[in-house]
Design a protein around this ligand. Structure first.
Ligand code: ATP
Ligand code: ATP
Ligand code: MG
Ligand code: MG
Length: 877
């Protein structure tokens, strides 16, 4: 077996709309192509032995053990690998379920598709599945150690890639509210919402966390001073920089016991608590000084009690937890070291912040703390006896948390909320030392020791004891108060032909509203009519660029086949999904061999239309019409003919449509006809002479109309949009050269040629074509281009693209010539392979009043050349 290609899909795609995180592995089964599993001796037994948990896969039989049944009676290796890739991820702790395996038109080559949670782990699981299967085929088994290693690697990949517990809870809450999110490429920042409505978070810092507040919170002394000035109880303390200031400082805070900590520390590093003697104090000083960047040390009175964290979000207490330092509880038999090991076996304990709890580590600090309590690692604790391994209660050093949200005294709630305001933090973790959070701090001599910006959420979301609290909810309420939008309207446009033109026209109409429009097309990414990035930008990367842009108010996204197949859509829902047409082009590429398969690719855009949105479909194209079945939202149709039965039917049922009637582009809303404009006044239709442009304009009018744009603005938009070199380079650019005209058009498939033919047919003078075709199309397609040219032109010059896309020079021209002579043997086509020469020849020989049509490889080059002939106008009017 050989993996030919691995693709990672990250959004709605050909295989699934909802299960959108998929690995697609193109697999050549080689010698196993002709061998189903029942014909491989020992394979079934080997697989059961290696991965017995596959018994849970129901597969097509639909019952437990169903998949094993398939293996026993005979199924192909691609299908087996799909199930193994899923199971390996499952065993590594990431739940996945969706898979598909399909043959391709190449015998023995399959597309194996399976879900992932982490994409690196997904790709790894695919490779491991192939390895595992091959090994069972060759040797009857797969070594246990290998499998263990695979699973360990998979777990590592997932842990390293995961968002972190706090971020993840916020993202989950956003998802539950249908607020989109995306990971930004730097600083682990997460964007919630799209375009102008976006907010950001980074762990538990938010777009609203002010820099002054965050810096103040990081400055413990400054924090204490501000709080003290506000009458908030804080520890009595002072800051020193030299050892010889220590004694005076101890006196100043009222003598032992004291606490010594670095001025600028965190995670409990360098802190000594309950220091009782001068010698301890000196050691503690060294520790703290070493942990401080500025060598500054805080000396504070020690307050009795336990550590509490009060989480304040957007001015309100959201949760309270009591934190208990890392400890073990005796069982009367085990040593402390053994107890630590037992405690660490808790699956909730991981390394660092990756898990709900952190493992307890035995280090110098732990030994010191034990020694202070009179224990050693080998001490055996009595039943119920507690030994602490840390003096401070940080979860990251193995502490646990107990929820106290329902117990906090109202006065303490009031204090905490004031504290958050005094510091200025939107999300604040307030550390309180008190013996009893149920009593007012003043009554029990409790103090606020610190205020944390970016407090961790896991102690509240997953306390070791007590109720878990949904503290992500108030965060999202703050970022997106009920009733505020998080999304910008997305209008996505797909189809075989006319995407760019229609996307540009839609953007132009949307611009009439005065809003900032971001749009992507084959020639670039634009925001507000400025070019952001040049190039073919019809995939998810460009779409994200628009959705990430903080100025964009409406997104118009040309969405081409290539991007959908390569990685899926960048968005999982859109407001308007336009499908213009499905014609034969790009067939035979990317395992899409039939026009029906191509229709399925394009229907992804229609299928992601939200329940409140509209799919705008071409009623004149049966493949497009059939997409309506799968649309979750509403459907609106456009048609060139008022007599189209689909339209009739749709309107009768109160639906929405756009048609071309009596020379007008009109919207039909139930019984009513709203005329937008006469085609002759819509420049893009070339005075109504280019039927396909009328169709594109109908789609654009309908898409913007269902999006709620005023019909006046739509009219203004279609009137002012010109098929000029500036607005639609290469799309029906007609140049008046005085003696004759020239038309540049980027048609590159049969449907495009036919469309242009519809316009050329309306021309009265001589019609000269300069034609060629992209080399990566099938022979038959190129022959067809020749035939269509023969139908369209009086005279033809055949040229070739510079980039022959893998063909021998002259091969494309030969195929086109064949098509021409098959259609009309009396035409005497000329062959000039060089595009520029061919065009020059056509321009210099065309008769007066004639039309030269060129389908160029490079639009800019052709435009430059024609502009050298000093046109009177191009059709910018
Ligand atoms: P973290 O990063 O977890 O917030 P930190 O390094 O910032 O820790 P502090 O919050 O100042 O350090 O102190 C850590 C813990 O030490 C406190 O939560 C509290 O339990 C204890 N502590 C600090 N100062 C005092 C004090 N004056 N009296 C009693 N306990 C204290
Ligand atoms: P690409 O796949 O290259 O991105 P596209 O779908 O974006 O193409 P446009 O760039 O708008 O399409 O148009 C390319 C050419 O396709 C036009 O110049 C014209 O020849 C032809 N065309 C445009 N609209 C239609 C249509 N509705 N039906 C058939 N052909 C069309
Ligand atoms: Mg702290
Ligand atoms: Mg395009």
């Amino acid at each position: 077996m050989k993996i030919l290609r691995t693709q990672t899909l990250r959004g709605p795609n050909y295989w699934s709309i909802r299960r959108d995180k998929l690995i697609v592995m193109r697999l050549d089964l080689e010698d196993l192509a002709e061998k189903p599993s029942n014909e491989i001796p020992g394979f079934y037994e080997g697989l059961i032995d290696v991965l017995p948990s596959l018994v849970e896969h129901y597969c097509s039989p639909g019952y437990r053990g169903g998949f094993f049944e398939r293996v026993r009676t005979g199924t192909y290796m691609g299908h087996i690998i799909e199930h193994i890739a899923l199971e390996l991820q499952e065993l590594a702790g990431t739940p996945v379920g969706f898979g598909r395996t399909r043959s391709t038109s190449t015998p023995g080559v399959y597309n194996v598709v399976f879900e992932y949670v982490d994409e690196q782990a997904g790709r790894y699981a695919g490779r491991a599945a192939v390895r595992l299967c091959q090994s069972i085929v060759d040797t009857g088994t797969y070594p246990k150690e290998e499998l263990a290693q695979d699973l360990a690697d998979l777990r590592d990949l997932c842990n390293n890639a995961s968002l972190g517990p706090s971020t993840e809870t916020i993202v989950k809450e956003a998802q539950a509210r249908n607020i989109p999110w995306l990971l930004l490429s730097a600083r682990a920042m997460v964007q919630l919402g799209y375009g102008v409505h976006q907010k950001r978070i980074q762990a538990t810092l938010s777009s609203f966390s002010g820099i002054l507040a965050v810096e103040l919170a990081c400055d413990k002394e400054g924090t204490k001073t501000i709080l003290k000035d506000g009458g908030i109880p804080v520890p009595r303390g002072t800051v020193i920089q030299y050892l010889d200031e220590l004694s005076a400082a101890i006196e100043e805070v009222g003598g032992f016991p004291i606490v010594i900590k670095p001025l600028d520390g965190n995670h409990g590093r360098g802190i000594s608590i309950d220091v009782k003697t001068q010698q301890e104090a000196e050691e503690a000083y060294d520790l703290a000084s070493a942990a401080s960047k500025t060598r500054s040390v805080i000396v504070e009175r020690y307050y009795k009690g336990s550590d509490h964290r009060i989480l304040v979000i957007n001015g309100k207490v959201a949760a309270v937890a009591e934190r208990i330092p890392a400890h073990v509880v005796g069982d009367g038999r085990s040593t402390i070291e053994e107890l630590i090991e037992i405690t660490n076996q808790d699956p909730n304990r991981g390394d660092g912040h990756a898990n709900v709890l952190t493992k307890i580590t035995i280090d110098k600090t732990a030994l010191n703390v034990l020694e202070k309590q009179g224990y050693e690692l080998t001490s055996i604790l009595a039943h119920g006896e507690i030994a602490y391994l840390r003096a401070t209660a940080n979860l990251s050093t193995g502490g646990i948390a107990v929820d106290r949200t329902d117990e906090i005294h109202p006065e303490n709630v009031w204090i905490a909320q004031r504290v958050a305001k005094l510091i200025g933090l939107d999300i604040a973790g307030i550390d309180v030392v008190t013996e009893d959070i149920r009593k007012p701090l003043k009554e029990v001599d409790g103090v606020i020791v610190e205020v944390n910006a970016a407090p961790g959420f896991r102690m509240h979301v997953a306390p070791s004891r007590g109720l878990p609290r949904n503290i992500a909810a108030p965060v999202i309420d703050m970022l997106f108060p009920p009733g505020t939008p998080s999304r910008v309207p997305i209008l996505a446009i797909t189809g075989t032909n006319g995407k760019t033109t229609t996307s540009r026209l839609i953007s132009h109409i949307c611009r009439q509203t005065g809003k900032v429009v971001g749009f992507t097309t084959t020639d670039g990414v634009y925001i507000d009519d400025y070019l952001v990035e040049k190039g073919d930008n019809t995939g998810p990367y460009s779409a994200s660029m628009i959705l990430k842009d903080p100025t964009v108010e409406i997104a118009v996204l040309e969405t081409a086949r290539g991007g959908i197949l390569r990685s899926g859509l960048a968005f999982n829902q859109c407001d308007v999904g336009v499908v213009l047409n499905v014609a034969a082009d790009h067939l035979g590429i990317g395992d899409i061999d039939t026009i029906e398969q191509m229709a399925k690719v394009k229907s992804v855009v229609a299928e992601v239309v939200s329940a409140e949105g509209y799919a705008v479909l071409n009623a004149d194209d049966p493949l497009t019409v059939s997409m309506a079945e799968k649309v979750k939202g509403r459907v609106a149709y456009f048609s060139m003919s008022p007599d189209n039965p689909i339209i009739h039917d749709h309107i009768r049922r109160g639906g929405m449509a756009a048609i071309y009637e009596n020379g007008y582009l009109s919207i039909l809303e139930g019984e009513w006809t709203l005329r937008i404009e006469e085609a002759v006044n819509i420049p893009v239709t070339m005075q109504g002479m280019a039927p396909f442009m009328i169709a594109n304009a109908l789609a654009a009018c309908l898409a913007t109309f269902v999006q709620g744009i005023d019909i006046e603005l739509i009219r203004q938009g279609v009137r002012t949009f010109k098929p000029s070199v500036a607005q639609t380079p290469g799309r029906m650019n007609l140049f008046d050269l005085g003696h004759h005209h020239a038309l540049i058009d980027y048609a590159h498939n049969p449907a495009g040629y036919e469309a242009v033919g519809g316009f050329v047919g309306n021309w009265s003078g001589e019609k000269v074509g300069v034609v060629g075709g992209p080399g990566d199309r099938r022979d038959d397609d190129l022959i067809l281009l020749g035939k269509l040219s023969a139908l369209m032109f009086d005279r033809i010059i055949v040229k070739e693209d510079n980039d022959t896309r893998g063909r021998r020079r002259g091969e494309v021209a030969d195929l086109i010539l064949r098509g021409i002579s098959e259609e009309n043997a009396s035409l005497r086509p000329e062959v000039i392979l060089d595009e520029t020469e061919a065009l020059e020849k056509a321009l210099s020989t065309v008769s007066e009043g004639g039309l030269v049509v060129i389908f160029p490889e490079s639009v800019t080059q052709a435009i430059n050349l024609i502009e050298k002939h000093r046109p009177l106008t191009d059709n910018q009017g």
